[in-house]
Write a protein that binds this ligand. Structure first.
Ligand code: HAM
Length: 423
């Protein structure tokens, strides 16, 4: 036999047994977004590399270590590691945000060259939202309320919690950065080489270190919230008041800074303890400077993205209540003179008149016994049986495969009407 070729590490296939849950989750996401009036956009999976370098930031982990980048003739291209940069690029280029507010969403694969583990993959899927042109914290609150509604719909709301912070304006962050570096310089003996490097390049990322000794020390570090500019503080207070009034619970986490450079003011993450190390199911925040930074007219932005693999894992872990649609409701079992054509005609008629019913026609020949085995294996609810005598008599045998294989014979003319009472 020829040698088999394997999938790339960290890039998963979605099996036929897994896709119903994915589709169920995706349908909930689409439904919730539609119910808030958001519109779907679709962007390319490949963009020019400088887009990500400029939007996400050269010194972030994503840009400095995790991008899949290649040359296409003399142009450097990258598989998108996230959706915000491409969405902003498209919004500017296509004029979507020219004198216009927009509430947009997208769903699709993203690529990051990270070390794969449970909940962390090299190809993963995000559903993301980007809102343009609204400065008011009401929209930050709407995004959070929208995600809270989605968690309820998915049956995971008791297993996720909201972390919230404000990282203020660029200037506020620069002031804070100096204070933090001054503080951390006295603790370099506790730092790994990577953390020392971060101290020079991206010191705020040290705040979410996994190094426990350093975490302890950081409890005494200057707090970002104490350095906020007045406008950001007021924005954050208004957001918190609206969330309080709407009954959305959150924890203010002064160490939450997020891993991408474009944020200002609000940042948030929905986290769970049910998935081990990769517990962030959704993250986002405001990015009021990004559109201008990428060459557009100054336009506020705010958004988030959720990791669909993590949501699938979490739903599997905590929501045992869902009933997923069966792949097949009716299985057509047939053999003998004229039976193939008759079965095909009946199957087409049912598909026309009962479009919600899933009908599978056997197609691969063999004895009735083999065909019934197949119907059982795919867990069809009913078999419709047509042999030579049924063709002659214009009848069909309906066999209930769930309830002790009870069976009745119906005239083909009455079949659809009877099936309508089943589905
Ligand atoms: P992010 O925090 O990098 O933000 O990713 C958002 C979510 O994608 C994470 O919370 C996680 O659930 C999922 N995710 C990230 N990396 C992986 C991975 N390697 N494997 C599986 N899931 C992963 C962003 O991407 C921003 N663009 C979000 C945003 C939109 N901010 C404003 N607008």
């Amino acid at each position: 036999m020829a040698k088999t070729i394997q999938a790339i590490r960290g890039m998963n296939d979605c099996a036929p047994t897994e896709s119903p849950l994915w589709q169920w989750i995706e349908a909930k996401v689409r439904h919730v977004l539609a119910s808030y009036g958001y519109s779907e956009v679709r962007m390319p999976i490949v963009e020019s590399t400088p887009l990500f370098a400029r939007a996400i930031g050269e010194v972030t982990d994503v840009v400095s270590k995790e991008m899949y980048t290649f040359w296409d003739n003399d142009e450097q291209l990258t598989l998108r590691p996230e959706g915000t940069a491409g969405c902003v690029r498209a919004a500017i280029e296509r004029g979507w945000i020219y004198n216009n507010e927009q509430r947009l969403w997208y769903m699709g694969p993203m690529f990051r060259h990270e070390r794969p583990q449970k909940g962390r993959y090299r190809q993963f899927h995000q559903a993301g939202v980007e809102v343009f042109g609204i400065a008011n914290p009401e929209i930050d609150a709407e995004l959070i309320i929208l995600t809270a509604r989605l968690w309820k719909e998915l049956g995971i709301d008791q297993h996720v919690s909201l972390q919230l912070n404000s990282i203020g304006s660029l200037e506020a962050r620069a002031n804070y950065r100096s204070a933090l570096v001054a503080f951390l310089e006295n603790h370099q003996d506790l730092m790994s080489d990577e953390e020392k490097e971060r101290l020079g390049k991206n010191p705020l990322r040290i705040l979410d270190t996994k190094n426990e000794v350093l975490q302890e020390v950081l409890n005494g570090a200057p707090k970002l919230l104490d350095y906020l500019d007045d406008e950001s503080r007021e924005h954050f207070n208004q957001l918190c008041s609206l969330l309080d009034a709407m009954g959305v619970k959150y924890e203010i986490n002064p160490k939450l800074v997020r891993g991408l450079d474009y944020y200002n003011k609000t940042v948030f993450e929905w986290v769970t303890s049910a998935l081990g190390a990769q517990g962030t199911v959704c993250g986002g925040g405001r990015y009021d400077g990004l559109v201008e930074q990428l060459g557009g007219h100054a336009t506020q932005g705010v958004g988030f993205a959720m990791g669909l693999e993590r949501l699938v894992l979490l739903v599997q872990e905590v929501n045992k209540e869902i009933t997923l649609p069966q792949a097949v409701d009716l299985y057509l079992v047939y053999a003998g003179e004229g039976a193939t054509l008759n079965a095909f005609q009946i199957a087409e008629q049912i598909r026309t008149e009962l479009p919600q019913v899933r009908v599978m026609t056997h197609c691969s020949g063999g004895k009735f016994q083999k065909q019934f085995k197949r119907a059982d294996k795919i867990e069809a609810k009913y078999a419709l049986v047509i042999g030579e005598s049924e063709v002659q008599a214009k009848t069909v045998v309906v066999k209930d495969l769930r309830n002790g294989a009870e069976q009745i014979t119906l005239s083909q003319a009455d079949l659809v009407a009877t099936l309508k009472t089943y589905f």
